[in-house]
Ligand binder design. Structure first.
Ligand code: ADE
Length: 250
């Protein structure tokens, strides 16, 4: 799968995605990431990429021409390379989640526009963008990190990027429930013991405990997710359980 990011800060994108699992996936040829500097496409003699807004107001607006020409050069490069979707990262977009990541993973090419300043001229958005996406209800200084987040979440769904598919199937949110707590050695840390059941060797019991913990955490922190799993609510758990010693649960 190929990802292209149109940005004023290509190094920001390549640095973030050059590390860890996504960096390794690129080096293994499982995914391709290309960052394109919009400024390189500006026909302005000062290589300008923004201008003042019509109608007045503060801030600068990214102009159509450099973005459109950047987009055209990417499309030419991709050529006949399969299904392509163009995504503009903006707080005004549809909220990104695991389901959206799965949808996007079906494409062969994703082209991202990472906006800056106060916005982008609407006409170039109308011309090239298929979808606007937001990574949450807060405003960042630009769309580069949001684009990296989407690329990370989509890439890890592609074959071979993670060591084993079961790595993602049972995970928080991907399964519709929050992930149960995990423990490793030592058996005791600052007086906190690993739950006995995990040492029991009884795998049916361990699976049940993990599911119960997932449901408990989900009910506590993200009750709206449980609406998608009515079958888990009834038989599994008494509605009220004793409080646990976890700083995050209050
Ligand atoms: N650009 C700035 N803030 C953003 C957000 N929350 N999501 C996507 N793109 C953005």
């Amino acid at each position: 799968m190929r990802f292209d990011v149109m940005t004023l800060f290509p190094e920001m994108v390549m640095t973030v995605l050059g590390e860890s699992i996504i960096g390794r996936a690129q080096r293994a040829g499982l995914i391709e990431v290309h960052a394109h500097n919009i400024r390189d496409f500006s026909l302005d003699r000062h290589r300008k990429t923004d201008d003042t807004p019509y109608g007045g107001g503060v801030g600068m607006i990214m102009t159509c021409q450099p973005i459109y020409d950047c987009y055209k050069s990417i499309v030419d490069e991709i050529g006949d390379g399969g299904r392509t979707r163009v995504v503009y990262m903006t707080p005004k977009g549809r909220i990104f989640n695991h389901g959206v990541a799965r949808e996007l993973a079906e494409y062969d090419n994703l082209i991202f526009l990472a906006g800056h300043y106060e916005g982008v001229d609407q006409r170039v958005l109308d011309e090239i963008v298929d979808e606007e996406l937001s990574i949450g209800d807060y405003v960042l200084t630009g769309g580069e990190l949001p684009a990296c987040i989407v690329i990370d979440a989509v890439s890890r769904l592609k074959d071979g990027v993670l060591a084993a598919p079961e790595c993602y199937e049972g995970e928080s949110v991907a399964s519709g429930l929050l992930e149960y707590p995990q423990y490793t050695k030592p058996r005791e840390f600052r007086g906190r013991a690993v739950p006995e059941v995990l040492l029991s060797g009884d795998h049916a019991k361990i699976d049940r405990w993990r599911l119960e913990e997932s449901v408990r955490l989900t009910r506590l922190r993200r009750p709206e997710l449980l609406l998608m799993h009515p079958e888990l609510e009834e038989p599994l758990l008494p509605k009220k359980k004793g409080k646990r010693k976890s700083k995050g649960d209050e």
